[in-house]
Design a protein around this ligand. Structure first.
Ligand code: 5CA
Length: 445
């Protein structure tokens, strides 16, 4: 993409309404525009990152054997009357009437609708296990929408629903989700810690939240200093191997890590003092096992091998896809702007032309652009008639992890400059070497 033809409405001034750095940077980098409290348009740069994140979520869900579908945003109230949640949900639910005076709502989550789909089409244990998920807009009329996309009213969520015959099978589905989430966040360059949590309006007794440590997080968290060091890395996971999946969950949940809702001071104090950490975290996902709460209320039963019928065992598992943008920026920025991890960056690298209009420099930039594109990479070429300082400032603000700077002086010596946004370090090399290096960096992303 050439910046001169793109739509990147960056702001020079700090927007007064933004209280935390991710919100400020998303507005300044031209990623989002507020349309009403907690409701945003996703401008091209923000939309691109949102789609990158969504893609990673899809890939890891499919890898775990979960099946994508798409349910609507609007739901009939009657489904929620069946579970009893139509009244329970209170003011957070946006209620709408259609022209026939029928009660509708904008879905805050989809347990009822997925249970309705299940009961219409599945009746035998032979069709289990089954996990269906979608990535869809949700609406919760939050009392205090704030911090940009972090606590929106309309937000993008991956929500998955597992159906199993037995509690044991359902716990395997829970564990499978935990491991797939660990992989998902790691691919984005994030450390998200599973913490025992409280279940709220979804229900159930077994639930973990995934928290990204950040001072601006809304939850207070208590954890053993060793927990953030745990990594899945590139180990292979066989999602059908119950013991292997459970062993990974044990590895990540045995050491102390809890939110304030479940914190136990006495247990916490058993950790050696130098490892006791208290901080704040952003909840980027939550998994729930709630058994037959919805299937019983809504008559979703399956036949068993001995011919009886039982309510199906269920769990629901969510990732805050749009919130992840905020969490990623909270965890990856400096005073100049965003620093995207390679896994989610909107463009793989920037090209800065130091002397727009100079025939040799323009032609080298064009050659670079073409060579990167041919390697399957997507560069953002700043081809505007602007001062070098302004071009660098824009690149730093929007946070592409790599920048290639091309100017007449370097070209005279046969080199361009490759700069890491994160370390700030630059290295001179031939144009071909820079292309090869950037291609190599992204080979695993
Ligand atoms: N049905 C279950 C899981 S499928 C559910 O709704 N879980 S949830 O309430 O925990 O939401 C899942 C994730 O959505 C949360 O972990 C959080 O990351 C994100 N989320 C929740 N509320 C908001 C909000 N107001 N703005 C942005 N993201 C949110």
């Amino acid at each position: 993409m050439r910046l001169s033809r793109y739509f990147l409405p960056v702001l020079k001034e700090n927007p007064a309404e933004a209280q935390i750095v991710s919100h400020r940077l998303m507005l300044r980098a031209g990623m989002i525009k507020q349309q009403a409290a907690g409701i945003y348009s996703w401008l091209p740069l923000g939309f691109k990152v949102l789609k990158r994140i969504e893609q990673i979520v899809h890939e890891e869900q499919i890898r775990a054997g979960h099946i994508p579908l798409l349910m609507p945003t609007l739901q009939p109230a009657d489904l929620w009357r069946e579970s009893g949640r139509y009244d329970d949900y209170g003011q957070e639910m946006l209620r709408i009437k259609d022209r026939h005076d029928r009660d509708m709502l904008y879905g805050p989550t989809n347990e009822e609708m997925i249970t309705d789909i299940f009961r219409a089409h599945v009746s035998s244990y032979k069709e289990l296990p089954l996990t269906l998920y979608h990535i869809q807009w949700k609406f919760r009329d939050e009392v205090r929408p704030r911090f940009g996309v972090m606590r929106g009213r309309e937000f993008y969520m991956k929500d998955g629903y597992s159906f199993d015959l037995t509690r044991e099978d359902a716990l395997h589905a829970y564990n499978r989700h935990m491991v797939s989430y660990l992989r998902t966040y790691e691919r984005m360059g994030l450390t998200a810690i599973p913490m025992r949590a409280a279940s709220g309006p979804i229900g159930g007794d077994n639930t973990h939240e995934f928290l990204v440590l950040a001072q601006t997080g809304e939850s207070e968290v208590f954890y053993d200093a060793k927990v953030p060091e745990l990594k899945l890395g590139d180990r292979e996971v066989d999602y059908d191997d119950r013991d292997a999946v459970a062993a990974i969950c044990d590895e990540f949940t045995t050491l102390y890590a809890r939110t304030d809702e479940t914190h136990d001071e006495a247990v916490f104090n058993e950790i050696p003092e130098e490892r006791r950490c208290v901080g704040r975290g952003i909840e980027v996902g939550q998994i729930f096992y709630f058994g037959t709460k919805y299937s019983e209320a809504m008559g979703a039963t399956v036949s068993t091998p001995d011919g009886t019928r039982v309510p199906v065992e269920m769990g629901s598992h969510g990732i805050g896809v749009s919130r992840l943008l905020g969490a990623l920026i909270e965890a990856n920025h400096d005073d100049k702007g965003i620093i995207w991890p390679e896994g989610v960056t909107p463009f793989h690298c920037g090209i800065v032309n130091l002397k727009q209009g100079d025939a040799a420099t323009d032609s080298a930039c064009n050659a670079l652009y073409k060579a990167l594109t041919e390697k399957g990479l997507e560069p953002l070429y700043d081809d505007r008639e602007e001062r070098a300082g302004a071009k660098f400032a824009t690149m730093d603000l929007i946070g592409l992890p790599w920048r290639i700077t091309v100017g007449p002086r370097g070209l005279g010596n046969g080199v361009v400059e490759l700069t890491s946004r994160r370390s700030g370090e630059s290295e001179e090399m031939s144009l071909e070497a820079a292309v090869a290096r950037v291609a190599e960096i992204y080979a695993n992303h």
